[in-house]
Every structure is written in C-alpha cells, then in structure tokens.
Write a protein that binds this ligand. Structure first.
Ligand code: ZN
Ligand code: ZN
Length: 652
C-alpha cells in the first residue's frame, strides 16, 4: 500500500500502482467523470499513469488551469488525428494548448490548401473520433526509435524536434490511429471532449522563422459541455464588438496611416484629449508622491546605448542608427528612457540626504516589431511610456518598491480594474548568460521584489523563471477586463546594473561614494496599450471625467440651431465638453447615433425647451431625466464629475 495525501492534508492508503483516475473513482463517480488530469507531487501527470510510491496529489477538473490545459492539449491531438484521416500524408509541427483553446501547425503538402471552409468537416470528424472513447496512451521511446518512427512517416518537422531532445526524455502519445511526439499529459480518453469549435486558419512560419516554411495554423476551442461552448462563443462575439481597433475608429480616437508607417499610431483630437486627461491624472498622482518631471530627446548617441547594454542586446534587431551627414556621428531612436534619466541623475553630485530621486517622463520610445506582429494600439513601433526611474539607497529599496505597488493599485482601482494578478519574473537559473550584471546584484534585486510582494500580502502571484528583463527582475501586473480577459499592464523593475554601467554615485553619511539602486516603473505600461485595454474594458463607455464628449446637443430641427449654439456656449463656459449634432436627420436617428458614439448625455431641444430656456436630458443607456434649466443641468453634470474626481483623490 502507498499513502496518498490530498490538498486538504488528509491521507488515505491505496494499492501501489493506483492511478489518479482510480483514486477519483474511489471518491465518487461524478468526480471520476469530471476529473481531467492529476498533479502528483506538483508535477502534472496523466490520469491513468500508475503512482508507485507515497505522493501528494491534486485532481484537476476543467475549472482548474491544469485540467483545462490537458483538455485542450488532448483536443489538439484529436484535431491532428482528424486531419490525418481527412488529409493523409499531412506533416505536423507543434500543437499546444493556449490561453483560450489550442492550435496545431500542420503542413498538408504543397497541393492541398486548408481554408476556413474546411473547418466544419474537420470539426465533424473530431466529434466522431471523440465519441469513440479512444484512450490516450503514453509510451517512453528511445531517441533512435522516435527518429525511426517519424523518419519512416516522412515528417521532417517532428524529426527536427526529436533531434534536439535528449535520449531518455522522449515520449509518444497514441490515440486511435494517431501517434504524436509529446511530453503530455493528456486526458484518459477522448470521451470528455463533447463540444468542439474550430475557429480560424492562419499562416505560421515553422519555429516562428520567416525564412522557413509557412505552415497552416488551425485554432480551435473545446469544452466538456455544449453550454460552455455556447457561452464562450458569445464572449468571443462580445469581444469582437469591443475590439479597440473597431471602437477606436468609430469613436474617432486614433488611426494609422500606411504613409506615416505601420505600427505608428496617430492620435485624433478626441483620442489625444482622452490621453491628455489620463496623463494629467497620473501627473497629479506623481506630484503628490514626490516625483519630479523631466523631458529627454527621442534619439541618443549610439555610445549611450552601448553603455546601457541595449546596443549589444537589441542593436541588430532594432531600428538601425541614424547618421549625421558631416560629422559621421551615429544616433539611435530611443527604445527606453532610462539611460537619459541616468545622465540626468549624474548631472550634479548627489548626497544620501536627497535620495530617493524620482524622475518621471511620458517618454516616447521606438522599438522595431515585425510588421506581421503589429496589432492596433497593443503592438506598435512607437509608444509613450508613463515612465519613471527612482534612484534610491539600498536601505530604501523595499520601501520605495512598496510605494510603487501602492500607486499602481490605486490607479487600477480608480479606473475600475479591480481584478488583477501579478507575476514575479526572475532570471532563468539555467541560462545566466542571457542577462547582464553580477550574480550578487541579481540575487539582491530578486530578493527585494519577493519581500515586497510578501509584505503586501498580495494574492494571485505567480513566479516565472526566465521572464526577467535582461538587466533585472520585475513585477508585472495583469488586469482582468469586463469580459474576464487578462491584459498585461503595469510593471516595476529593480536594477543594480544600469547604476553600475553609468557609474552613478551618491555621497553617503560616511562621506564615501556609494552606488544607488534604480527602480523602473510604468503603471500603465504605455499610454497606447492602456487606452486599448480601457476601450475594451469599458466598451468605449469611459467614465464621465475622462470621456472625450460629455454631452451632445440634438436640435429637433434646423429652426433651433441658434438656441443650440446658445446652449453650447453656455455649457462650454461651464467647462463641459459639448458638441452639436446639426445634421438634418430625424431626432430618433440622432439619438441612436449619439448612443453609438457613447456620449453620456444627450440634450434634446425643440420649441418647448427654447421657450423655457431648458434642455430635455437623456442619460446614455438609462433613458430620460426630464427637462432641466441650463444652470441646473450644468450643476448636475459637474457634481457627477466632481464625485468621480473626489473618489479619485482618496489618499494613497
Ligand atoms: Zn502533445
Ligand atoms: Zn527604465
């Protein structure tokens, strides 16, 4: 017998060789039907893999990330099996589970093209195969055997992958007539896969290398219940309606011009005003918390980036240097603001008494991204960071780090991102060459972040190895939007390396020279990314204090245009952002259009309103508020804004 420990700490005895599925069955039949994978001593295992010694286990259902992962990964294998049976001779790249489903990169041969029109056929085949309750079975194979199998099959993608693996670590998974190179884990069999939807077909270069062959990537999603699939598809539909690229255009916030260049956003007046208000909000928070504004240029001499280490790390894959015609100097577009801020720190001698120095800048940076990777405002080539650098003494590091966490949490709360998680990104201990700086500095910096997170008692924290920036570890904030999607926004990074490279100093109380520690932080990440997320989160219905147009005046006919002008003038004098819809459309259409433009207040004026010196007020999405005198409406709106701003002013 062996001892099995459950997550609640209870221990039960089972026969040696018992599987996760056997254990689930012994607990209840309904659990056995729902369980998808098992963690054995924190390692993810197949449900049917025998457990040979004492272990602690956790049974994963679909709700658990590890359960979902096994489910979607198994669905990818199922899709591959379906494709192989419909398109014999297809070769397979990789087929992972992803955040919302799975994909497989396939090469059906040069003669065959798989398009969106073929997806329902593949889907149907998958459902047939799933209902056959095919078992997923694991087999350890030698490297030679593995090469032999896929060599005989003529699948050069798999043999390339196998050639990079170490003998003794290779396993195959097999279901029905399909065999895949795979580490697993998988479901016990195909029967839980009840609802399947293949979503789209895209091109994807083998191993992400544009010089290699383009494979066909098929995306899909699957669920154990039809109702879950329906809900998911509904969510995708809603996400489409909230797509910031679509709303950005409809609400006239930003645009792109091929002539200006891909990935370089152009902020339209309404978008620029919205962004300015966000910046002002942040500037106020920063003023209140001891930051000082600075401004630095968009380019810097190549030497600057050689000193910072950016050139060695990114030089080749970056925008190339700009040269001056006469002197032969070389400049780079700035990919980061930090080096210039280091030079500002250095512009005068610093004493321990004046630390921390907190320098803030809305700094526009330029980073090269492949044109195929660009996406609306979330993946761009030029963007403005809400950046700041804190230079402090080592003994101030933890406190400063905690203060930055407070600012970020406050900003998220103000803008209604109440659901968030954090990721502590550390160095990959196996591959230290990727990073600059000494081991000792890295360890100190990593420790400071871990301690700060612990001191805050933060929940939903994950630690990821190998995700650190090349110069230091970081803490990233992921917010969940109204549809439950995760976005990465704010980031805080500790850095002992740039101060060393730039030879930053302060005179300590001992009259000796010391090196400050640097914190990089950007609560929004970038203005572009933040506005994109805000659009998708609010579906374009921004809070009243932030929204570009607060009220639209809708005269019911041309006769009332003069009065409309008068109302507009009055409201503008009260600092209310107003516009007039003077089109000769029916009032019903004007109302509908204004609602599509997400304008919070609609002010309808006709004969009666003109006579009474009033407006008839409608609140977007809430209906009539009745007739109001102009002063009355102005006060009404202002007090709503004031209440919002007051809530924002809560102390951090
Ligand atoms: Zn696999
Ligand atoms: Zn920085």
């Amino acid at each position: 017998m062996i001892n099995i420990t459950f997550p609640d700490g209870s221990v039960r005895q089972f026969e040696q060789g018992v599987s996760g599925l056997d254990i689930a069955r012994s607990l209840s039949n309904s659990l056995a039907r729902e369980v998808l994978s098992v963690n054995v001593n924190d390692e993810l295992w197949d449900l049917n893999r025998p457990i040979q010694e004492d272990a602690s286990i956790k049974l994963n259902k679909f709700e658990d990330p590890d359960g979902k992962h096994a489910f979607w990964h198994s669905s990818a294998h199922l899709m591959a099996e379906a494709i192989e049976s419909l398109y014999p001779g297809t070769k397979f790249g990789i087929g992972p589970a992803i955040e919302n489903g799975f994909y497989y990169d396939v090469d059906p041969g040069d003669e065959v093209v798989i398009t969106d029109g073929d997806l329902s056929k593949i889907e149907k085949k998958m459902k047939d195969l799933a209902s056959q309750k095919q078992e997923y079975s694991r087999k350890e194979v030698s490297k030679e055997e593995a090469m032999q199998f896929f060599g005989d099959k003529g699948d050069e993608y798999k043999t390339e992958l196998i050639s990079e693996l170490e003998d003794g670590t290779i396993s195959f998974y097999h279901q029905g007539n399909f065999t895949d190179l795979c580490r697993g884990p998988h479901l016990a069999d195909t029967s839980p896969i009840k609802a399947i939807k293949l979503l789209s077909v895209a091109g994807a270069y083998w191993r992400g290398d544009e010089k290699r062959k383009q494979l066909t990537r098929i995306y899909g999603v699957s669920f154990p219940k039809a109702k879950m699939l329906e809900e998911h598809l509904e969510l995708l539909e809603q996400a489409k309606l909230r797509d910031h690229r679509k709303l950005g255009k409809e609400l006239e916030l930003f645009t792109f011009s091929q002539r200006v260049g891909p990935g370089l956003p152009l902020w339209l007046p309404k978008g620029a005003q919205l962004r300015e208000r966000l910046e002002n909000f942040l500037k106020k928070v920063q003023r209140d918390t001891g930051y000082e504004p600075v401004i630095t240029p968009h380019i810097g001499q190549k030497e600057l980036w050689v000193t910072s280490g950016h050139y060695a790390k990114y030089g080749k894959d970056s925008f190339q240097p700009i040269s001056t015609p006469q002197e032969g100097e070389e400049f780079l577009l700035k990919p980061m603001n930090c080096p210039a801020h280091c030079e500002i720190y250095k512009s005068k001698p610093r004493s321990y008494k004046e630390l921390p120095v907190r320098l803030a800048e809305f700094g526009t940076v330029y980073r090269y991204e492949q044109s195929g990777e660009l996406h609306g405002l979330t993946r761009v080539r030029g963007f403005t960071q809400d950046d700041a650098h804190i230079f402090c003494r080592p003994d101030q590091l933890k406190e400063e780090f905690l203060k930055v966490i407070d600012i970020i949490l406050y900003i998220f709360k103000t803008l209604d991102f109440t659901d968030f998680s954090t990721q502590v990104s550390l160095r990959d201990p196996e591959d230290k060459e990727k990073y600059i700086g000494s081991d000792e500095n890295w360890e100190k910096a990593e420790q400071a972040i871990i301690e700060a997170v612990e001191a805050k008692g933060m929940e939903n924290v994950v630690v990821e190895y190998g995700e650190a920036a090349f110069y230091g570890p970081k803490l990233d904030f992921m917010v969940k939007d109204a549809l439950g999607r995760k976005w990465q926004l704010g980031t805080i990074q500790v850095d002992y390396n740039l101060p060393e490279r730039f030879e930053l100093e302060y005179i300590g109380s001992d009259n000796q020279k010391h090196q400050p520690v640097m914190i990089h932080r950007a609560p929004f990440g970038s203005m572009e990314r933040f506005v994109a997320v805000l659009i998708e989160h609010t579906a374009g219905k921004f809070p009243l204090w932030l929204t570009p147009d607060q009220a639209v005046i809708l005269p019911i006919s041309e006769k009332f245009h003069d009065y409309a002008e008068k109302v507009s003038k009055f409201l503008k004098n009260c600092d209310i952002r107003t516009l007039i819809d003077e089109r000769s459309e029916k009032i019903g259409k004007k109302i509908r259009d204004s609602e599509l433009k997400r304008i919070p207040y609609l002010l309808i004026i006709g004969e009666k309103e003109q006579e009474n010196g009033t407006v008839s007020v409608r609140r977007q999405g809430e209906g009539d508020r009745g007739e109001m005198k102009l002063e009355e409406f102005a006060e009404f709106l202002q007090s709503e804004v004031e209440n919002q701003l007051k809530a924002i002013e809560t102390n951090i």
